[in-house]
Design a binder for this molecule. Sequence first.
Ligand code: ATP
Ligand code: MG
Length: 446
Amino acid sequence: MTDWDPRALAVLDALEGAGFQAVLVGGCVRDALRGAAPHDYDAATAARPEEMRQVFAGWKTADTGLRHGTLTVFSGGLGVEVTSFRSEGPYSDRRRPDGVRFTRSLAEDLGRRDFTVNAMAWGRGGLTDLFGGREDLAAGVIRCVGSPARRFQEDALRLLRGLRLAAQLEFKLHPDTAAALRDSLPLLDWVSRERVMQELSRLVCAPGAQGVLLDFPQAAVRIFPELAPAVGFDQRSPCHCFDVYTHCVRAMGAVSPRLTLRLAALLHDVGKPAVFAPDAAGAGHFPGHARAGAELARAALRRLRLDGASRERTAALIARHGMRLPLQERAVRRQLFRLGPELFFDLAELDRADNAAKRPGTAPPAEHWTRLDALARQILAQSPCLTLKDLAVDGHDALAAGLEGPAVGRALDALLEAAAEGRLPNRREDLLRELERRGAPSPREG
Ligand code: ATP
Ligand code: MG
């Protein structure tokens, strides 16, 4: 059926050779069946943990979680996670089974898995597909194995896994699974915030993120209650044909799949409802919404334990969004210097996406951002002076010119700004002359 990595097959063969049924399962079977290269290999076996250890006594292994039945086996450098067939007991914390029970039955093991497309196994004997996984894979459907409500009740992480998987594969949730998922959203409070962030990161960067978040605004709101007022919020603006939430999600779908950029787009107008100020004619205005939104986003991302650098980057993008970047060399130079190239390009991308998610015909044509991008790249290609490191003079030169103490830093900053914005050439003799002028005692002092 596919070209399995022979190193993974060697792991199956070792187990089968010792008399234990062994199969590849989960994501790798799903991916191989849809013609994508598996990114990692999971195997399952009838062998119990202590039996696995014997089979792989001569191999390089790592005890991933032998108590739960998982051993990582290295086969020609490829790590394969091998797990004993399990059937899980009751779940009382809505996240983890109270205990694992090992079984010799592949069918039982597949029955505990989350979605039909994840519940197929492939071994030397061919494909085992007990729940219609192949059919769902062909139809682009995510469907729980068994009763969706019960499966979500057992383990609330499955809600996020289902949405994330739908976004990654660009699949739709089966109507029964979707309905149960909507009803089960309060269970998300049982999932650790780190895990929520982990799944959310994969979801928002997936190709089908926009569709999933438009279909499940309630899920987005459960993760970001800050977005609740945005759902259905009428902007009463001639530029907008979508409510705030839809506009945000569409902007998110239009930026590159990098986490901070996607999160910034998703949350960029989260501050709008709180500052809504209709004018006398009833048209909507949102003074200060960018700053207000950045604060809301910062708090939300801190709550979700996003790392500080990513959180601040996201907040910085939101705080500055909507600033018009004119197509003039001087202005672009100034912004490249003030923001730094990375933030500049991200802001330009966010701005393009923000405008693409407005009422057609009300924003500048997309060409505006293509030209802005080209102009900025052209400036950068001329190796502009953007940091003190690039400046043709340094602190020693300032001291030699007679400057002292804080005046040294002030002078260098001023020269940097002038050089970055193109008001002064970044040439040593010009900058030294400027330092001399600043260092010379002024006639009045003398
Ligand atoms: P990917 O590795 O691309 O995220 P995957 O499907 O391999 O996708 P893993 O987290 O590696 O995801 O899990 C491997 C398999 O274990 C899944 O395919 C599924 O069969 C099962 N599984 C994982 N998490 C759960 C869960 N919370 N509930 C039930 N089964 C699960
Ligand atoms: Mg996997």
